[in-house]
Design a protein around this ligand. Sequence first.
Ligand SMILES: C[S@@+](CC[C@H](N)C(=O)[O-])C[C@H]1O[C@@H](n2cnc3c(N)ncnc32)[C@H](O)[C@@H]1O
Length: 204
Amino acid sequence: MKERRNFDAAAALWDEEPRRLKLSQDIAAAIKAHVPVSAQWDAMDYGCGTGLVTLQLAPHLGSILGVDSSQGMLDRLTAKIRELAMTNVSVLRCDLEQGELPGRSFDLITSAMTLHHIPEPLQLLQSLRGLLKSGGWIALADLESEDGSFHDDSTGVFHHGFSRDMIMKVLQLAGFQKIAIVTAATVIKGERSYPVFLAAAMAA
Ligand SMILES: C[S@@+](CC[C@H](N)C(=O)[O-])C[C@H]1O[C@@H](n2cnc3c(N)ncnc32)[C@H](O)[C@@H]1O
């Protein structure tokens, strides 16, 4: 089986890349534009990393739980939560792929730039669907299909982005409806540009 990436090793310098902050700002803006986020909602950000998207959504929600399989990433997010004195953000180390569960359900689940690191996207989306309350929303942002040049290190990269047809299909199969897919951002790396989609949908 293909090797997973060790995100613990990347955590300390993750936020130092300006393109990552810009991407997270664009993704958070797209989520707010396409999902009726509410201050009454409890949300989860799956594969939250250092919380670049999590922390931007937090002021618009009742609460948000940053979930990641990397303790190193979560340690960075925990430090930022303390620095910013944010009271509605918490973290949990949890890997749904390993059958671990957060033990509660959510009105909104977001996930940014994580799906391409997941070998079986349908299984993950089915697990996320199971964690949503009735009528809850999912907001997924990831790379559109690319030629494999986005990552300098392809360790733990299981998909070179996704076609919109593929995302539509797996969301439908996982039990989502009212699926809308839009362009959320474009990442510029050197001479190349990589579109990033946002797929927003409701639990059927
Ligand atoms: C490319 S980073 C994106 C981080 C963050 N969402 C952002 O936009 O900056 C992917 C994240 O997914 C996490 N991840 C990968 N596989 C995971 C899994 N099976 N369960 C939970 N998190 C996972 C990694 O640890 C990493 O923090």
